[in-house]
Design a protein around this ligand. Structure first.
Ligand SMILES: Nc1nc2c(ncn2[C@@H]2O[C@H](COP(=O)(O)OP(=O)(O)OP(=O)(O)O)[C@@H](O)[C@H]2O)c(=O)[nH]1
Ligand SMILES: [Mg+2]
Length: 114
């Protein structure tokens, strides 16, 4: 069975955990209207035909906060950037995509070091 590691990134509260619950048709990941419901990257295995999809739910990375918790959550998500098969960067329609651009630059810079 082929395993596919699917990393879900995006701002806190954008709906990462909700998306995983929807795609797996299961209430496996904690959803909350409060920010930072997910504080550690969490793995959820889902079988789809001949594939084992491993969803990696991540904490919403902050690109501005620099406190210990923010740094810990950031590094906890970043460690998967170069160890996955596919990345979904979840966002909502908005005027500016500064956050998403910063995350993509971060991903590119880590990939370029491999
Ligand atoms: N209106 C609307 N609300 C949504 C949608 N998806 C999720 N929500 C709500 O948005 C809130 C945050 O959802 P989560 O799935 O916990 O978001 P998250 O990205 O995992 O958040 P963190 O774990 O804090 O990073 C919850 O109250 C959800 O019910 C959507 O498509 N539309
Ligand atoms: Mg979450």
């Amino acid at each position: 069975m082929k395993k596919v590691k699917l990393l879900i990134l995006g701002k806190s509260n954008v709906g990462k955990s909700s998306l995983i619950n929807h795609l797996t048709q299961n209430h496996i990941s904690l959803v909350s209207n409060k920010i930072h419901a997910t504080r550690l990257s969490t793995f959820y295995d889902f079988k789809l035909k001949d594939f084992l999809i491993q969803f990696i739910d991540t904490p919403g990375i902050s690109i501005t906060d620099n406190n210990l918790l923010a740094k810990a959550m950031k590094s906890n998500a970043q460690k998967h950037f170069t160890n996955c098969d596919l990345i979904i960067l979840l966002t909502q329609l908005q005027d500016s995509y500064d956050y998403e651009s910063a995350i993509m630059e971060d991903i590119y810079s880590q990939i370029s070091h491999i």
